[in-house]
Design a binder for this molecule. Structure first.
Ligand code: FMN
Length: 488
């Protein structure tokens, strides 16, 4: 299962970007990077991330010349958050419609094979190594993102890297990491997340849990770390499979964990059973501060590895849209489509996880119905597969004449093809967590509404026709009146 994937296309480039810096030069050439000098870490970066990402075609933002910090220390927001930047990250052809990237992802997964990282002796991440007493995580311009946050967050577009003590594989998850002080961090992992399961294994054995936190890296690693993969599949291997070649890693000094060799900033430390401190609140992807403040394990930082002129990567959860919510829609959609097909369900024509639902709470799957029960089967698979399960809410299944990315069309289908009493099912006790604003504190499960907005299969033959001009008539009439219509 570890053969290099036969990836032929790497966008308009003939090979994957080597690191975040080469990626930045590619997106800058594509007109997808905005440089912003002078933004302060205290609330200005977070507010600008909000403001920029409310605009159509928002670029990535590189914060430079950060007040109070050395020239050259930078912060990047929104690395993957557009159709084009995602295509550049993953090496897909230039997309014209959001579903082009989703389709390209699903096509890629037909030949994708995980590729394990290659261990090397040295790399740019070791240009600077800070040890023990010299450690100060605030040497970087760590942002304080939203007004009600409980602290500065160094880990948002991050990778929390741990080795499973029983099954010996490496998990790299994106979990928020707050700064307590120069040498101590707090990490918040929701129940069920792989990093949390791994940490619990160490603690149950009475052992400290070694950990790396990468805070600036190739955006491919962020896409892997921030989305649910199957338990046991390392994000390094999955992301390597998308590159078509292995990531290079270096063994960390203290715990022998794999540092991404080209990373910008990596922190090494450990979590000790019983050592906890208050973490949060933090503005969350649902648009609330539901998780509040709670006692969470502390990471004691023992080493900092960083490149010269390091770039801290940031992703800012907030009421959507945010600087990563669009990219999440596309990735989730591709992953759910892939998983539903792998489960054996055919006829899927599109999937979209709407940004208003944080790419989790309002997901739409379009199918060409082939038999009675097909629509429900597809919807249930989409609702419960690994990438579609956590903190879901509404799953809508539509016919293939509906564009799942178009909310107007989806709502029209719900209004006209769904009879609520017959076509909405409620599934109880599904995977959720403390960030869900609608469930009581302390509860970590919720329910799902599965909305069948397809024409009922048994009515397909005589369902009323759609009242719109045929494509041929439309093209003919629009061609005749092109001059007038072009003025609209
Ligand atoms: C920007 C961003 C921030 C996230 N923050 C958290 C977090 O603080 N805690 C958490 O449990 N999941 C968080 N997630 C979701 C996890 O990254 C996601 O569920 C991922 O699959 C976790 O890795 P795992 O599947 O290996 O557990 C975040 C995702 C993104 C994209």
């Amino acid at each position: 299962m570890n053969d290099p994937a036969p990836i032929k296309i790497w966008n308009e480039y003939d090979r994957p970007h080597r690191d975040l810096r080469e990626f930045l030069s590619r997106i800058e050439r594509a007109g997808e990077l905005l440089r912003v000098p002078g933004a302060h870490w205290n609330l200005e970066m977070g507010t600008l991330a909000e403001s920029v990402n409310e605009r159509p075609d928002a670029p990535a933002v590189l914060f430079e010349d950060v007040p109070e910090y050395p020239r050259g220390f930078r912060v990047l927001s929104g690395s993957t958050n557009s159709m084009r930047r995602l295509a550049i990250t993953l090496g897909f052809p230039v997309p014209g419609h959001p579903l082009d990237v989703v389709r390209a992802y699903r096509d890629r997964m037909k030949t994708h094979r995980p590729i394990s990282p290659r261990v090397v002796g040295d790399g740019p991440v070791r240009e600077n190594i800070v040890r023990d007493g010299e450690v100060d995580v605030l040497k970087f311009p760590v942002p304080f993102l939203h007004e009600l946050d409980g602290g500065r967050y160094i880990g948002t577009d991050d990778l929390v890297i741990m080795r499973d003590p029983e099954e010996d594989w490496i998990n790299c998850g994106t979990y928020r990491v707050m700064v307590h002080d120069a040498k101590r961090l707090g990490v918040w992992m929701s129940p069920g997340k792989h990093g949390r399961q791994i940490r619990e294994k160490y603690f149950k054995q009475g052992k400290t849990c070694p950990v790396l936190v990468s805070c600036g890296h190739d955006p491919l690693l962020f896409l892997a770390g921030g989305n649910e993969l199957r338990f046991g599949l390392s994000e390094y291997d999955y992301a390597g499979g998308h590159r078509g070649e292995p990531f290079e890693v270096i063994e960390s000094e203290l715990h022998g964990l794999p540092l991404p060799a080209q990373a910008e900033i990596v922190l090494e430390g450990e979590m000790v059973p019983g050592d906890v401190a208050p973490e949060g609140p933090f503005g969350e992807f649902t648009g609330y501060y539901a998780g509040g403040r709670s006692e969470q394990p502390v990471i004691r930082v023992q080493r900092i590895y960083h490149r010269n002129d390091p770039i801290l990567t940031m992703a800012t959860p907030m009421r959507p849209p945010s600087d990563f919510s669009y990219s999440k829609c596309v990735m989730k959609a591709g992953m759910i489509w892939d998983e539903v097909e792998r489960a054996g369900v055919g006829g899927v024509k599109g999937v979209w996880c709407h940004e208003a639902g944080g790419a989790r709470m309002f997901n739409v799957i379009a199918i060409k119905q082939a038999y009675a029960g097909h629509a429900k089967q597809a919807a249930l698979a989409a609702a419960s597969c690994q990438s579609g399960s956590y903190l879901g809410r509404f799953i809508v299944v539509v016919d293939d004449d509906i564009d799942p990315t178009n909310l107007f069309e989806v709502l029209w289908a719900m209004c006209t093809r769904c009879d609520p009493a017959e076509d909405i099912d409620i599934i109880r006790k599904m995977w959720s967590g403390p960030l869900d604003p609608r469930i009581p504190r302390g509860v970590t499960w919720n329910s799902r509404a599965v909305i069948d907005a397809c024409r009922p299969f048994e009515m397909l033959a005589d369902f009323p026709p759609v009242a719109r001009a045929s494509p041929e008539l439309r093209a003919k009439v629009e061609a005749k009146f092109r001059d007038i219509l072009s003025k609209l």
